[in-house]
Design a protein around this ligand. Structure first.
Ligand SMILES: [Zn+2]
Length: 304
């Protein structure tokens, strides 16, 4: 794809063992690029104006599957649940949102190496430039990481085959602090048993780039701190009970109300034909709900 008309804002080489917090304004693109090939990159992303909104691998995983790639969004955690970045281009298509960042404890407890480069400490050190603490590092989006799931549900890491020039282009849909780091794992398959530099480049997105982003709805349930009953960020570590607390759970107390539905003969025949009697027995109401839900999933979510 021709990207020649994109304006380059900055570029740097991320050396092995390091990470870098980069202010990325809405409409800027971060390119994470292989220099030697075969290098995994862990990635964190925060709303630049409110660090409490950060990328959520769980929501991203639910919406886009285990291997987010070109054409997918990176979502923030509930209750924000906004698209923070969009994956414009991905030449390798092996990113992961299952594995957590590697950590100092992993290398000590599993490999007997108490002092070792690791993604958590690298992320924390890079984020410290913006006043964040090691507790603020979130589950990483693992770029260029080839992973899979065995039939028994256990996870595995495979070698991957990126080559110099392979890249992932991430478009900022809001002002973010983007924090990539060179994964510190040189004793696993993650980066083919070596840690190597990667190149970071920031570009201004063009109209052609924006045209690739699918339109997004906005929802009333994408809440901001203005909607929170408590929006004050705690500044102490100890937890203390709020004596004035009184719970206000949504729709509580829950009340079930029955509504009679009349089916004509044709509708009743359809219900009889499709009802999961193995699951619901003679309970027509539950069977009907199951049929409606299945139809809704197929129609609106495209699921079989
Ligand atoms: Zn790592």
């Amino acid at each position: 794809m021709n990207r020649a008309d994109r304006k380059l804002v900055s570029t740097l080489v991320l050396e092995p063992g390091t990470g870098k917090a980069i202010e990325l304004l809405k409409g800027q693109i971060l390119r994470v690029e292989q220099v030697e090939g075969g290098q995994c990159v862990d990635f964190n992303c925060f709303n630049l104006h409110d660090y409490k909104e950060s990328m959520h691998t769980g929501r991203t995983r639910t919406l886009h599957g285990l291997y987010p790639t070109e054409g997918h969004f990176m979502w923030s955690a509930p209750p924000r649940e906004r698209a923070m970045m969009y994956i414009l281009e991905d030449t390798v298509r092996c990113n992961d949102v299952m594995f957590p960042r590697c950590s100092a404890n992993l290398y000590e407890s599993v490999y007997g190496l108490p002092v070792h480069t690791n993604c958590h400490d690298i992320q924390a050190e890079a984020q410290r430039e913006y006043g964040l603490t090691p507790d603020d590092v979130h589950d990483s989006f693992n770029l260029f990481m080839q992973t899979g799931v065995r039939p028994d549900g256990s996870l595995f890491i495979e070698r991957h085959h990126s080559v110099p020039g392979d890249h992932v282009d991430l478009l900022a849909l809001m002002d973010v602090l983007a924090v990539p780091n060179v994964c510190g794992a040189d004793i696993m398959r993650t980066s083919n048993f070596a840690i190597k530099p990667v190149r970071l480049s920031v570009f201004e997105a063009t109209e052609a780039d924006w045209a690739m982003v699918p339109a997004l709805k906005t929802w009333a349930t994408q809440r901001t701190p203005a909607d929170f009953r408590n929006s004050r960020i705690k500044a102490t570590r100890e937890l203390r009970r709020d004596p004035g607390y009184s719970p206000e759970f949504t729709n509580v107390p829950i009340v079930y109300e029955g509504h009679a539905i009349t089916l004509d003969d044709e509708e009743f025949a359809l219900l009889t034909k499709h009802a999961r009697r193995d699951l619901y027995g003679d309970d027509d109401a539950l069977a009907l709900r199951d049929i409606v839900f299945t139809w809704w999933e197929q129609t609106f979510l495209g699921r079989d």
